[in-house]
Ligand binder design. Structure first.
Ligand code: FES
Length: 143
């Protein structure tokens, strides 16, 4: 299996690992198949994501995609952050082997779950954001 240089970089030196105390939104999802778990923390001020961190019991591809996803959402509005899909993240990483695509869904879903949490806490509706799933295997629209 071949990984791009960018995937290797984000796997070896992951950005934004950790947690945010009193985060504006926290999201956690798992993948029943591989047993991996991803947690994403967002700090949101005036509708803008000012900080993003993640913690994972995930594989290397999950680490690399979450690292990139958290980098991509920083500085974006919550609405713009919805454009940070697993496809966008994979493109930013110069691709992932097909068997690892589901790992990037973990990053996207945890991000969405954190946005959902933020919306719930603040009584707002983020247009286009669906209620998160707890297990990414419930999703089939990514395949
Ligand atoms: Fe589980 Fe990659 S194998 S997240």
């Amino acid at each position: 299996m071949e990984y791009s240089a960018k995937v290797m970089d984000h796997f070896m030196n992951p950005r934004n690992v950790g947690e945010i105390e009193n985060a504006s939104g926290v999201g956690q999802v798992g993948n029943m198949k591989c047993g991996d778990i991803m947690k994403v923390y967002l700090q949101i001020e005036e509708g803008k994501i000012v900080d993003a961190k993640f913690k994972t019991f995930g594989c290397g591809a999950a680490v690399a995609t979450s690292s990139m996803a958290t980098e991509l959402v920083k500085g974006k509005t919550v609405q713009e952050a919805l454009q940070v899909t697993n496809k966008a993240v994979m493109e930013a990483l110069d691709g992932l082997p097909p068997v690892k695509v589901h790992c990037s869904c973990l990053a996207e879903e945890a991000l969405h779950a954190a946005l959902w949490d933020y919306a719930q806490k603040n009584n707002i509706v983020i247009e286009g954001l669906k209620e998160p799933v707890e297990d990414v295997e419930e999703l089939h629209h990514h395949e």
